[in-house]
Design a protein around this ligand. Structure first.
Ligand code: DQQ
Length: 580
């Protein structure tokens, strides 16, 4: 994971998964800092790997989605942005608006350093729409060169402006400052506030105590005077600094989303944290004990490094919001680049927001399901449909008639019951590995698999010098089956110096109907995939050199000894929305 780590930070790996973070100069910064590039304005914008339907500004660096908010018929996306260069730095809250989450109109930055309490940066935070339809933003201000963090608020200057273009930062900021003994540089990213039964607002801040990740809880009656609760909402040993916490209810049964303040017997809660040490996120499902103001993860949710992830690939600093116009909860995540900072400066841009996802609780109650917002389907153009085709071992079938570099593909595979019996045994020594390591050993071309590997070869060159396979392998473990889903970037490019992991996750899916489905959103340098209707999601950033634009191909393949059938496959060319 070296690619994601700050040069200022030394990583000491001990006892397998335990990472110890040591700061060399007393400043912990989670983003890699390149002082020479920070204010180097991009004169050219490299088009080759730019995405067409994923959110990107015209140029320069972006990171965390901030705020997101639906207000009076308009979606607001704020995000961390460097207006001056293609690497992290000079951070402001950029602002774009949309009525459909697909076409976006950029506005001037909503929040930028202008006061003593945010002079060195306006970092992440969230929006809350208070009763009376009053939006407020809470964000982290950086007050000095040591990265000391405080929490500020901003409100719209003019509520009758449909786009809420201008935001003011009242003089009674900052609202929350670190106290003596608190870690001033791990004290940030306020959540959307929720209202307790006692009429008090609550928010979380991410941070740490020693190496324990902490979700600090603050309460307020008036949204102005905030008091730290005696106990954090939740902490987890050995997980390091928590960034961008997100805490919200989900309905136990049913598919609509809930406002952040909803409590009661019909809901479970989700706590998501972004792990500064590894630069990935995990979430737990659990019980929010409102009497004690504590969160207790369910026994079925692992609370730590091996916890459930929204996405087993390149997906970080995510944030959800409640869209009351459609009664759904929507999740946004940021995908960093996987090339070098030098490449980013050369192409003049870095970072994309992934496609917003609707999140619901899996009927099994043990995990979330995620699915691209239905509005995305409005971009679908030409369609190719296949069905009933049987893929024997070694078959590679091209999907033609669409634009493979800019596509949406949905496929359902089926297989015989006897094939499940012939699935490759799950090697017991792999139990100590995570899915990514298993995929590293059992990639898309490794034989020995009875059922699988089968799936898609995305962003593939004609002679397969380059391809990003997204596929399943089914293993037998006693009487049960283990399903592995991989999005393997190792073969994605002939270019050197890229970060090309064999991203993977296990899929907790019932195979009694002998089917596995996959959807991949392919967009030039990103492949965003959803296994088994959103049980396991993986996003990869890739930079092919041959499989670009109209030279890219899409194939369906099977390298398992057992045949699989394409029950149905639909692929669409994707149109380009309005973004700039
Ligand atoms: N990015 C922000 C921080 C946050 C981090 C700074 C996560 O507020 O903790 O740009 O990517």
């Amino acid at each position: 994971m070296g690619h994601f780590c700050s040069e200022k930070i030394l990583w000491v790996l001990a006892l397998g998964f335990t990472c110890v973070l040591v700061s060399i100069n007393g400043v912990e910064a989670s983003h890699k800092v390149y002082p020479d590039y920070q204010s180097l304005t991009a004169s050219n914008v490299g088009r080759l790997h730019r995405t067409a339907y994923h959110f990107q500004p015209k140029r320069h660096w972006i990171n965390d989605p901030n705020g997101p908010m639906y207000y009076n018929g308009v979606y607001h996306l704020f995000y961390q942005y460097n207006p001056k260069g293609a690497v992290w730095g000079n951070i402001v809250w950029a602002h774009s608006v949309s009525t459909d989450l697909i076409n976006w109109t950029p506005l001037d930055p909503a929040i930028f350093p202008s006061k003593q309490f945010d002079k060195y940066g306006c970092w992440s935070g969230s929006a809350t729409v208070r009763p009376g339809n009053k939006p407020v933003i809470l964000y982290t201000g950086i007050v000095d060169q040591n990265n000391t963090q405080v929490q500020n608020y901003a409100v719209p200057a003019n509520l009758s402006d449909p786009y809420l273009r201008e935001w003011v930062k009242p003089d009674n900021n900052p609202l929350i400052v670190p106290q003596a003994g608190e870690n001033k540089t791990a004290f940030r990213d306020p959540t959307t506030a929720w209202l307790g039964r006692d009429g008090h607002w609550r928010i979380l801040l991410g941070g740490k105590r020693k190496h324990r990740g902490v979700a600090f809880l603050y309460r307020s009656r008036d949204f102005l005077k905030w008091t730290k609760a005696k106990h954090p909402l939740h902490t987890t040993a050995g997980t390091g600094n928590w960034e961008c916490p997100d805490f919200y209810p989900v309905l136990k049964q049913g598919s609509y989303g809930l406002d952040t303040s909803v409590l009661g017997p019909n809901v479970k809660h989700v706590l998501k944290v972004s792990l500064d040490v590894t630069r990935y996120e995990y979430y737990t499902l659990g019980y929010y004990d409102t009497d004690k103001d504590r969160y207790i993860p369910d026994d079925t949710s692992r609370d730590g490094w091996n916890g459930l992830r929204y996405d087993y690939g390149n997906f970080y600093a995510s944030k959800s919001f409640f869209d009351h116009s459609k009664n759904r909860r929507i999740l946004w995540g940021w995908a960093n680049e996987s090339d070098s900072a030098y490449d980013d400066v050369t192409k003049g841009w870095a970072g994309i927001q992934l496609i917003p996802r609707v999140i619901t609780l899996d009927p099994n109650g043990k995990q979330l399901l995620q699915w691209p917002i239905p509005e995305l389907e409005s971009l679908r153009g030409e369609n190719v449909h296949l069905s009933g085709q049987v893929l024997k071992k070694g078959d590679v079938v091209e999907v033609t008639g669409i634009t493979p570099a800019q596509a949406d593909v949905e496929v359902t595979f089926s297989f015989a019951a006897s094939s499940l019996d012939l699935a490759e045994p799950f090697d017991p020594t792999w139990k100590a590995l995570d899915a990514q390591d298993v995929c590293g050993r059992r990639g898309s071309t490794v034989e020995g698999g009875g059922l699988g590997p089968f799936g898609l070869l995305t962003l593939a060159s004609e002679n397969l010098e380059e391809y990003t396979p997204v596929f399943f392998r089914v293993f037998k473990a006693g009487y049960q089956h283990v399903v592995l889903m991989c999005s393997d970037a190792r073969s994605s490019s002939l270019m050197d110096g890229l970060y090309t992991p064999s991203f993977a996750g296990f899929v907790d899916v019932d195979l009694t109907d002998k089917k596995l489905s996959l959807r991949s959103l392919i967009d030039h340098s990103v492949v965003e995939s959803f296994g088994a209707r959103g049980k396991t999601c993986i996003s990869s950033r890739v930079y092919p050199t041959l499989a670009v634009s109209d030279k890219a191909h899409l194939y369906v393949f099977n390298n398992g000894t057992e045949a699989v059938k394409i029950e149905t496959l639909d692929a669409w060319s994707m149109n380009r929305p309005r973004m700039n």
